[in-house]
Ligand binder design. Structure first.
Ligand code: SAM
Length: 210
């Protein structure tokens, strides 16, 4: 499965300019505001499935990080590296499937916009959450953004699982009982480059001390 998944996403990024992809944002909101409210300079942040997102640019511009961007697609990461030019050297880039990745250290904040919702199999969600738990420092923050319960049922020709902050919290609690506390949940509407709207939810969790 990881090889098929990687092939799918490499093909997606090869097929068109990243600014035409439905999930593209010129300004990474509300993620940036939520992250800035939870971590200060020097706190390690990982953007999981960051693709070609401008979040890494915005975090750097605000003096936040160190930033790590992980994605299945090497082509997507190369696009971001080229965009950042010499500044790309300040970022850690990891090409990996999040469900099979071994975290090399711990982060203060884990950010995911529109990645977890592609995991439609229970075993993949379990693998993802084990890694999130291992990668987050004590009292670390997870910012998980997915399609809302009334958002699209598919993205990039793939089925997705839609959530509310509460159903996402329930899913986390089934896999990692008592480990994460939901501290904030909000709904927001994303406008795609073609002007269509997609409802998202973003849930913020605090990892409880072991
Ligand atoms: C809809 S895009 C969102 C990209 C970015 N988060 C953003 O908001 O612009 C989903 C991204 O997740 C990546 N992805 C999908 N499944 C993944 C997995 N299992 N592990 C790591 N990255 C994955 C894709 O390559 C793609 O870049």
């Amino acid at each position: 499965m990881p090889a098929e998944r990687a092939a799918h996403w490499e093909q997606v990024y090869a097929a068109r300019s990243d600014t035409a992809l439905t999930w593209h944002q010129d300004a990474p909101r509300p993620s940036l505001d939520i992250i800035a409210a939870h971590v200060g300079p020097g706190a390690a942040v990982i953007d999981v499935g960051g693709g070609t997102s401008r979040l890494v640019d915005a975090l750097r511009a605000q003096g936040l990080g160190p930033v790590t961007v992980l994605d299945l697609s090497a082509a997507a990461l190369a696009t971001s590296q080229n965009r950042l030019g010499a500044h790309a050297r300040d970022v850690t880039w990891i090409t990996a499937d999040i469900t099979a990745w071994a975290p090399p250290g711990q982060y203060a904040l884990w950010h995911d916009r529109a990645v977890l919702h592609f995991l439609t199999e229970e075993r993949d969600r379990a693998a993802y959450l084990q890694r999130m738990d291992a990668a987050l420092a004590r009292d670390g923050t997870a910012v998980l953004s997915t399609f809302a319960d009334d958002g699209p049922e598919r993205c990039s020709n793939l089925p997705v699982v839609r959530y509310t902050p509460e159903t996402l919290a329930g899913m986390l609690d089934r896999h990692l009982p008592g480990r994460f506390t939901l501290t904030e949940g909000r709904r927001h509407t994303h406008v795609t480059p073609k002007g269509n709207t997609q409802n998202f939810q973003t849930a913020v969790f605090r990892r409880r001390s072991a």
